[in-house]
Ligand binder design. Structure first.
Ligand code: PGA
Length: 243
């Protein structure tokens, strides 16, 4: 398993349901991978059909998936298992993204099973948590995050093997982010007050772009970022990797 503790920052590109063969060629031609510090862990999560093509172009970056099946094998049409991901050079896998939770009705239990399967295959799960705007307005953020994280963590989880990503749902794809102080305080709460994830690597996600990435990543309790929209533009993601 990759030693995640050795990295200073972890920066994830979540391409979601985007890409094509042409897109991929143009993207990697433009992506500037030269001056990235060796203690930065850069990860590209494309749709699985582009895994092999991406893998051949990654250089020092790592390959990640956006989801995996909670089943190991069998009659589950359309599913892709953790062991299949491992056989295809997958090192990280996002689980419990808010789009999976909301659109595909995944719950904490599903996410916990997926994360356990990934750990069995020596793939690092990136477990996403985040509150809705309504929950934030009702001052329920801490409560919601604690409930999600504790119930999504698999029993074989450790700070060496699992990454957590805090992604406020209202900040995803909206261009709106919490203030730097809010991000740092929520990360501090997660890292210091929830014993189960004490000292885990903790990423921030939601409208990260080249303009705000450096400030967000310089916060004491932020170990990296999970990037959606801006990760689809090679020049913007290159800037974030160097932020
Ligand atoms: P965004 O997406 O950067 O486009 O807000 C982040 C995410 O969904 O992981």
């Amino acid at each position: 398993m990759l030693k995640i503790k050795e990295f200073n920052k972890i920066i994830v590109a979540n391409w979601k349901l985007n890409g094509s063969n042409d897109f991929l060629e143009a993207y990697f031609e433009k992506l500037a991978l030269k001056d990235i510090d060796s203690d930065i862990c850069g990860i590209i999560c494309p749709p699985i059909t582009y895994f092999q093509n991406c893998y051949s172009k990654l250089n020092s970056l790592y390959l990640g998936a956006q989801d995996c099946s909670k089943f190991k094998d069998g009659a589950y049409t359309g599913e892709i298992s953790a062991s299949m991901l491992r056989e295809n050079n997958c090192i990280f896998c996002i689980v419990g993204h808010s789009e999976r939770r909301q659109v595909f009705k995944e719950n904490n239990e599903d996410i916990k099973i997926k994360a356990a399967q990934l750990l069995d295959e020596k793939i690092v799960p990136i477990i996403c948590i985040g509150e809705t705007l309504e929950q934030k307005k009702m001052h329920k953020t801490h409560e919601v995050l604690k409930e999600q994280v504790i119930n999504s963590l698999p029993p074989n989880s450790s700070k060496e093997s699992v990454v957590i990503a805090y992604e406020p749902i209202w900040a995803i794809g909206t261009g709106i982010t919490p203030t730097l102080e809010e991000i740092n305080n929520i990360h501090k709460y997660l890292k210091k007050d929830i014993k189960e994830i004490e000292e885990y690597k903790l990423l921030y996600g939601g409208s990260v772009n080249p303009k705000n990435a450096s400030d967000i990543m310089s916060l004491e309790n932020v170990d990296g970022v999970l990037v959606g929209g801006s990760s689809l533009k090679a020049d913007q993601f290159s800037e974030i990797l160097k932020a």
